[in-house]
Design a protein around this ligand. Structure first.
Ligand code: PRP
Ligand code: URA
Length: 208
């Protein structure tokens, strides 16, 4: 699992435990999703390229850097939406491109319903944002879309991954690093992650 990075950070583990709690109400749940997403994005972007840039302080001119790469945040609708704000706060220059996919309840295969990407890619590195990597179908399909769009550097940032979903991503897209708050045990017969946190979309939007 060399390209899988479960966060070692105690803050992430603490917040994830509250997120899993079935008694955590949607307002707190959204806050935790936002905060964990930001912490994971911080870890996931540690290798972003920079270029030198001079800066003038009130006292002297000194050397600094600025980000070289144009970043795209790609939330998978709808549960990925809750991850955008926390990450965007860290990198306000990023562009946000939405991909709409839902899982067919019977087949568990992703169905695409929204994609407004322009013909030419306008970003050089994309962070796919989705809380749950279950069978992996949604993440694999989104990475397929982004690669067809022409993006070469892609990272997946999620909250919880199942071994099944991680394996599917590694098989289809071995070049894409996977950043997670935790790796769980397995999927149940309905394709939900165990122990997981339930339905990430329903818990954020109060629709369960
Ligand atoms: C959830 C989740 C992922 C997908 C993961 O979305 O947010 O997108 O399931 O499952 P997979 O790895 O098996 O594809 P869902 O389809 O429930 O849609 P929603 O976000 O609109 O609720
Ligand atoms: N989607 C969710 O929201 N939760 C799961 O456990 C699996 C897919």
């Amino acid at each position: 699992m060399s390209n899988v990075f479960p966060s070692p950070h105690p803050l992430v583990a603490h917040k994830l435990t509250r997120l899993r709690d079935k008694n955590t109400e949607p307002k707190k749940f959204r806050e935790l999703v936002r905060e964990i997403a930001a912490l994971l994005a911080y870890e996931a972007t540690a290798d972003l390229l920079t270029v030198p840039k001079q800066v003038e302080t009130p006292l002297a001119v000194t050397g600094g850097v600025e980000l070289k790469e144009k970043i795209g945040l790609v939330p998978i609708l709808r549960a990925g939406l809750g991850m955008v704000e926390g990450v965007w706060e860290l990198m306000p220059q990023a562009e946000v491109w939405h991909i709409g996919l839902y899982r067919d309840e019977r087949t568990l295969k992703p169905v695409e319903y929204y994609n407004k990407l322009p013909i030419e890619p306008r970003v050089s590195v994309c962070l796919i944002l989705d809380p749950m990597l279950a069978t992996g179908g949604s993440a694999v399909a989104t990475a397929d879309i982004l690669k067809r769009w022409g993006v070469k550097k892609i990272k997946f940032v999620g909250l919880i991954g199942a071994p099944e979903g991680i394996a599917a991503m590694q098989k289809a897209h071995p070049d894409i690093p996977i950043h997670l708050a935790a790796i769980d045990q397995t999927l149940n017969e309905h394709g939900y992650i165990l122990p997981g946190l339930g339905d990430a979309g329903d818990r954020q939007f109060g629709t369960g």
